[in-house]
Design a protein around this ligand. Structure first.
Ligand code: F6R
Length: 613
């Protein structure tokens, strides 16, 4: 949540900050701002505004500023409404210190009171302003910016990634982080700071990934980094292999649509690397999760948030089905506070696209403390969760920019397929022949997804027919129910439509009271052993006036007897349908959002990387 970017070099910082902020907008878009040191004025000039980066651009067009050092911010509001005043960067009392911040300063009220009693007035409602004021307070005492920053960090509690500039040091950006991501981009005669690599990918792929409590003093030609003991350290350069094209729309109207269409490739990439060359099993990078390690595991936990959690539910179902090991699933925000029954014999699988989600990260840290074995399924290479986990399966989806997750979900589901097959093989619950049969079907998944994507115009027609819906129910059983949960989330998130996913058999225990004439019910019915049961639930809702759209596997012509509309996915092995059946749901949510005039890539109230709890 919130994106920060900074530049120091010989170029004008403003356009670089603006481009960076545009790429970071997925992290929040309530307001945007930049602070630049103007050599002409010999002071830091701030321009900030409520709303999107484009508003900031317009404001800067009318009031241009120029300078070779600057910091920028795009906000997801936590403390104080989205407004010009609460927008970052925030200034200290004298205007000497400007700060951008991602995270939450938990003891900001206390600090405000103390500084208030010393004559510091606060202009915003934010927690961030305390960092600017406190830095200046210590700077005035010590005359040393470095000491002032260290002292400030000793006083603040909470989570943060910070970018700080001071007009007395116009050749330096100070940056630090705790529980929020921050990287330093390394250029030639110029350097960058950013919440993530997409903001600066067009300038450099060479980065330092800052660890918690490290503080960096970034000049155009040098970078000094100190650890939590204030000792200078050397860090390895981490080279990012994402391409700049992957972070652009490439002719698509929206990132979400582009990312939906990237799924055949993402799935192919995820599979290609993971099958053993002789076809007898799975190779999970360097993860040691063989027969011996698994013999010590008597319980598996799957922990994640949102879409990643729903991908985890696919993993839960498949590990239980194929490997016959009990799996408990929990959303990270619950897991953290329930004193979970885990120990060194528990395998905790955490799933996260960003690798920075605060609740998932803390859930993982809790599990680590209890000596559980941590396997993280993560998309962003080098992210905090990836770095702190015992083992990592990278999902190879590439940068996902749209706030609503699509290709990352598919990559997570593929990882769950692979992991459950691997565990089943290693524990002897599946034979190599059985595996080979499923593998053959898995290899067809990319072309199956392509085939579904050619049916996008049909989905668009469903949108036109059902655009007036006020409530949408998703029903299914078993694996289909996990798919429903993801479909319903997507519709809520970008179409802003009230929607409920229900285990089809549970509907009659209450929620069926909400079904009325023309309520749209989407029934996912790919699990053919459960088909008759799901169809009886379809009949129940139809009897109460619902319109039913059914998603089923090709060849199941029976659905045509029950459905008002239907959509087939290519026939595949039943355990693989959660990947395919979700694609029409993604398209449906996309077209509904578009039809309703919503901002598909940046839905209201949301941000992609949820680094607050
Ligand atoms: C929904 C969505 C969110 C995320 C959730 C976890 O489309 O994107 O529900 O799945 O916030 O995020 P990560 O996977 O980054 O931990």
């Amino acid at each position: 949540m919130c994106g920060i970017v900074g530049y120091i070099g010989n170029k004008n910082a403003v356009p670089i900050l603006l481009r960076g902020l545009e790429r970071l907008e997925y992290r929040g878009y309530d307001s945007a701002g930049v602070a630049v040191y103007s050599e002409k004025e010999k002071e830091i000039i701030v321009c900030k505004t409520k709303g999107r980066v484009e508003n900031l651009e317009t404001k800067l067009y009318d009031n241009p500023i120029k300078g070779r050092i600057g910091i920028g911010h795009t906000r997801w509001a936590t403390h104080g409404i989205p407004s010009d005043t609460n927008a970052h960067p925030h200034f200290s009392k004298s205007g000497k210190v400007a700060v951008v911040h991602n995270g939450i300063i938990e003891n900001y009220m206390e600090i405000r009171e103390i500084l208030g009693s010393k004559g510091y007035d606060f202009v915003s409602e934010t927690d961030t302003e305390t960092v600017a004021q406190l830095t200046e307070y210590f700077y005035n005492q010590t005359g040393d910016l470095q000491q002032a920053v260290f002292k400030t960090l000793e006083k603040v509690d909470g989570s943060y990634a910070l970018g700080i500039i001071c007009s007395d040091f116009p050749d330096m950006i100070v940056t630090t982080k705790k529980n929020c991501p921050l990287i330093i981009g390394l250029g030639q005669g110029e350097n960058f700071i950013a919440s993530d690599i997409t903001a600066i990918l067009q300038y450099t792929r060479n980065t330092y990934i800052l660890e918690d409590n490290e503080v960096a003093f970034v000049s155009k030609d040098s970078i000094k980094i100190y650890d939590d003991k204030k000792e200078e350290i050397k860090k390895d350069v981490y080279v990012v292999d994402w391409s700049i094209e992957a972070a652009e729309k490439s002719g698509y109207d929206h990132f979400m649509l582009k990312e939906i269409y990237e799924q055949p490739k993402v799935v192919a990439d995820s599979l290609n690397r993971r099958f053993k060359p002789d076809g007898t099993g799975i190779q999970l990078d360097s993860i040691k999760l063989g027969r011996e390690e698994l013999s010590n595991i008597n319980k598996v936990y799957v922990v994640a948030c949102g879409t990643a959690y729903y991908a985890g539910l696919v993993g839960k179902a498949l590990i239980e089905k194929l490997a016959r090991i009990p799996v408990i699933s929990d959303v990270a925000s619950e897991f953290r506070y329930k004193d979970p029954l885990i120990d060194e014999n528990t395998l905790v699988i955490v799933i996260s696209q960003s690798g920075e989600t605060a609740d998932t990260l803390e859930a993982m840290r809790l599990a680590k403390k209890k000596n559980s074995r941590i396997l993280a399924v993560v998309n962003v290479v080098g992210s905090t969760i990836a770095r702190e986990a015992d083992d990592v399966i990278y999902t190879l989806a590439g940068p996902e920019i749209a706030v609503a997750s699509t290709k990352a979900y598919s990559a997570q589901v593929v990882a769950m397929f692979l992991l459950s097959l691997h565990i089943a093989l290693e524990t002897g619950k599946m034979t190599v022949d059985q595996f080979k049969e499923i593998k053959k079907e898995m290899e067809k998944l990319p072309s199956h997804i392509n085939k579904i994507l050619t049916k996008a115009p049909n989905v668009k027609r469903f949108m036109e027919k059902y655009i007036g819906s006020k409530n949408v129910f998703y029903i299914g059983r078993g694996l289909d129910y996990t798919v429903c949960r993801e479909g319903s989330l997507k519709l809520k998130e970008i179409a802003y439509l009230h929607s409920e996913p229900y285990a089809a058999g549970e509907l009659k225990h209450g929620p069926i009271a909400l079904i009325e004439e023309s309520t749209l019910v989407i029934a996912v019915a790919t699990q053919e052993h459960l088909f008759a049961k799901t169809m009886s639930n379809v009949k129940e809702v139809k009897a109460r006036g619902a319109k039913v759209l059914i998603i089923a596997m090709e060849g199941n012509r029976e659905i045509e007897n029950y459905a008002d509309d239907y959509m087939y996915i290519p026939r595949t092995h039943p355990i693989l349908t959660p990947l395919l059946a979700n694609i029409p749901q993604q398209l449906f949510a996309y077209y509904m959002a578009l039809g309703l005039g919503n901002d598909v890539d940046k839905p209201r109230n949301l941000a992609k990387s949820v680094t607050v709890e």
